[in-house]
Design a protein around this ligand. Sequence first.
Ligand code: N2P
Length: 610
Amino acid sequence: MPRQPSARAGAVLGVLTALTYVFLYAPILVLVALSFNSGRLSGSWEGATIAWYVKAASNPAILAALRNSLLVGAAAALVATVAATAAALALHRHRFRRQGLLEGLLTIPTVAPEIVLAASLLLLFAALGLRLGFTTVILAHVAFTVSYAFVVVRARIAGFDHVLEEAAMDLGAGPLRTFLMVTLPAIFPAVLAAALLVFALSIDDYVVTSFVAGVGASTLPLQIYSMVKSGISPEINAVSTLLLIATALLLLAAFLIEQGRSLRTAALPAALGLGLLGAPFGLAGGPAPANRALNLYIWSSYIAPETIAKFEVRHGVKVNVDLYDSNEALLAKLQAGNAGYDLVCPSDYTVEILRVQKLLHLLDHSALPHLGNLDSAFLDRPFDPGNAHSVPYFWGTSGIAYDRKRVHEPPLSWGALFDPRYRGRILMLDDAREAIGAALKWRGHSQNTQDPSLLAAARADLLRQKPLVRTYNSTNFEDVLLSGDVWLAQAWNGQIAKAMEQDPDIGYALPREGSTLFIDSLVIPADAHNVELAHAFIDFTLEAEIAAEICRTMRYSSPNRAAWALLPAELRANPAVFPPADAIARLELIRDLRETTVVYDRLWTEIKAE
Ligand code: N2P
C-alpha cells in the first residue's frame, strides 16, 4: 500500500499551489483593478471609474490600431484556416512518402522561436521588395498561425471516417457536393476552433508584428507599447484589460468547441469576446480616414500631440507618429528598407551614416523658406555639409541628472556614476555610444576613440559599474528619477528640464570631463512616398512660433534663433536647456566610427549580457 501523504505535507502543497496562482494572476489583477482607478498615478486607489475606457475609446490612435488588429486578425483567420484545413485533409486522405516528416514540418513553427521567425520574415519581405504595411502583417500572421490551425484541424480529422465520403459518392454526389454536405459539416467544429485560435493569436501578437508592420499598419499591441514608451497612462490599463478579456473569451470558445461541446455553448464566449473588441467603435464612431498621410518616425519626447494636430489641420492630412529611443533602432529600420517613413530624426553621426549609405533624399531648400530662422552655429556641420540632407530640429546634451534630496553635492564628474556609495541608485542610458562614452570621458578620453586598449578599459569600468546600476533606460529615465527609484541618472537634458518643473529638487550637471553634444535633424528617407509633405512638415517646424512651441513643450534645446525671443525668460535662462558658453566648449559630437562601430556594439552587448 502506498503511504498516504501526511496532513502537513498536504498543507504545504496547498500553500505552494496557492502561491503559484498568486504569482500567475496577481499582475493581471493589478492591471484590471488599476484600469478602474480614478487616480492617474498607480500608487494609490482613488475611487472607481470607467473614465479611462471612455477616454481610450475616443483616442483616434487606439481606435485606428484596434481596427487594424481586427482586420489583420480576420484576414489571417480566414487564410490560415483554409490553408490548414486543406493541408490536414490532404494528409489524412493520401498516404505520402515520409508522411511523418511532412506532418512534423507543418507543426514545427509552433515551437520555433518567434523572434527568429520575425527576423526571417522581415528579410524575406525585403528580398521580395515588398513595402512593409498591411499585406506584410497579414502574410506574417498567416505564417505564424497556420501551424496552430493545422494541429487543431488535423486532430479532429483523424477521427473522421472516409467511408461516409465514399457512401456519398456512391449515391451519386460529386466531389464538391460531398465536401460541402459530408466532410465540412463533420469537421466544422474544428475549423471554427482553428479560426478562433488564429484570430486570438493574431490579435495579441507583438514580436512578429513589430518587425513587419511599417507605418500605418500599427496594431493594438504595437500601439500599447508605443504608449508605454511615452509614459504609463491609465488608458493603457483599460486597453490592455479589454484585450486580455477578449482573447481569453475567444480562446475559451475555441477550447469548448475542441472539447466537443455544442456550438451553442461556445457561441456565448465567442460573441462576448468579439463584442468587446467592437465596443469601442460604438462608443466613439472612429476617426475619419485622411486621404494623405505623413509617416513620421521620431525620438520619444520630441513632439507634442498638439503640434502634430496643428499641422494636420493646416494641411488636411493625417500624421502617423512612431517613436524610437536610439539611433541604432532607427538605423536598423531604415537599413532593412521599405520602412514606409517620410520623415525621421537621426542624430548627427547617424545622419552621416545614412547619408554615406545613400539612404537619404536630397532636400529642396526652395521648399524650406524658414530655413533662415536657424542659428548658423548648427548649420553646415561636417556630418552634412551644406545641409543638403538634414535640417536641425533639436540640439542638447548628455549629463547627469540627480535628486538633491539624496545627492548632496552636484555630480560634477562622470565618476559619480561609478561611485559605490550610490549602489542600486544609478540609471544609465540604454545606448551603446552614450554609456561607453561616459566611461571613456571619465578617464579623460574622447568618446570617439578607436584605441582598443582604451575601449577595453571602458568595458572593464562598465562591468564593474554594473552592480551599481539599477536600470539601463533611454526612454523615460526622467520618470524613474522622479519616482525616487534612482538618485543619479545619465540623461538627455530636455526630459530632465521637464522633470524639474514637477520637482524642484531635480538637478542636472554637465561633468567637467566634458560630455555629448547632439544635433538631431529631420531628414527624408530615400524611399519616402510623401516627399512634398515631408518638406512642408520640416518647414512647419522651422516657423518661429512652432519652433518655440516645440521647445516649450519638450524642453530640448532649440536651434531656431527666431524662436528664442518667443520663449519664456525662465526657459531661456535654464542652463539645463541652454547651457553657458564655457560648458558648451567642453561638449563633443559623437562621430561615425565606420569599422570601429562594430567594436562598440559588441562591447555593449557583452556588458548588457554579463
Ligand atoms: C529623446 C532623447 C533625446 C535624443 N527621447 C538624444 N539624441
